[in-house]
Ligand binder design. Sequence first.
Ligand SMILES: *[C@@H]1O[C@H](CO)[C@@H](O)[C@H](O)[C@H]1NC(C)=O
Ligand SMILES: *[C@@H]1O[C@H](CO)[C@@H](O)[C@H](O)[C@H]1NC(C)=O
Ligand SMILES: *[C@@H]1O[C@H](CO)[C@@H](O)[C@H](O)[C@H]1NC(C)=O
Ligand SMILES: *[C@@H]1O[C@H](CO)[C@@H](O)[C@H](O)[C@H]1NC(C)=O
Length: 286
Amino acid sequence: MGRSTPNKALVAVFSLLLALDVVAQPQHNSHNSSAVRPFRVALSAGLPHMYDLLRQSQLPRQEEYPGVADTAGIDLNVLRALQGVWLEDFDWKREEEELNSFKHFTTEIEGLTVHFIHERSSDPDAIPILLNHGWPGSFLEFTPIIKSLTSSATTSDGRPVSFHVIAPSLPGFAFSSPPPANWTIGDTARMQHTLMADILGYRQFAVHGTDWGSGPSYTLYADYSNATRAGHFTFLPFVAYTPDQLTAANISLQDTLEQQEEQLSQGWRTTGNAYFLEQGTKASRA
Ligand SMILES: *[C@@H]1O[C@H](CO)[C@@H](O)[C@H](O)[C@H]1NC(C)=O
Ligand SMILES: *[C@@H]1O[C@H](CO)[C@@H](O)[C@H](O)[C@H]1NC(C)=O
Ligand SMILES: *[C@@H]1O[C@H](CO)[C@@H](O)[C@H](O)[C@H]1NC(C)=O
Ligand SMILES: *[C@@H]1O[C@H](CO)[C@@H](O)[C@H](O)[C@H]1NC(C)=O
């Protein structure tokens, strides 16, 4: 959760996979390029409204709960500073130009618009990799690493490695259509398999998932294993057992690391998951 820079880790993991020959040479066969349309980010028309909202936002004069730092919500001084940055320093035109320095596309899959960045390495044997962003996040998570992933690098045993990068917006995020209410992670995985294999012609590829993006990425890895030859996840999308469940299953935690992980997981359940319950149950009523 939050930003990470997985590039070094990715290169390390794929060095290993290349060494094991797990990632077969990608094949870039029949693909349907007529189904894909170039896309540009063009949101400047919304700027005046954004600045109106920012200027009209009245912040509390003083902390409502002094002395509790950020345990009861965002710190007022931080919020004031953010308002200042947005009003005075933020340069949307420059941000937009930077975003448009990447090759963006949209396509239609199962009646939904899917937006994605597609940057190919100059090496025809590069490994195609699908990068799935998290929540609350977007394809922006990956813009700082796309150029280094598509550039040539060398594995620890001296082999060349680089990636063709496909970074989609998950359904309902950024420029991808919101899915129907009954949409599941499995539906996203199926749609992304169509994108990679049928539309872009990558018959074999790798996936990375950050945060919530680990869900569809893991499902691609598990259910489309002929196509998805390697996976890299910032977490495995499974919920840790509670102490009662551990007891019921006769599992005793082996070492300090396992015990710490269990404690972190229980801490999240008791003090960290309000947003999760809200978004998982009353997402439209926040
Ligand atoms: C390619 O995509 C276009 C647009 O979605 C579609 O009309 C056409 O039937 C597709 N062609 C093939 C060979 O799948
Ligand atoms: C999901 O909802 C859509 C309509 O929004 C419907 O067409 C589809 O059949 C539903 N799928 C399932 C598995 O219920
Ligand atoms: C996956 O590959 C195996 C071995 O080539 C093949 O037998 C199997 O039918 C494939 N499965 C799918 C779903 O394509
Ligand atoms: C746990 O261990 C107890 C005692 O050995 C046994 O009766 C029980 O069936 C075990 N439970 C599971 C889920 O393995």
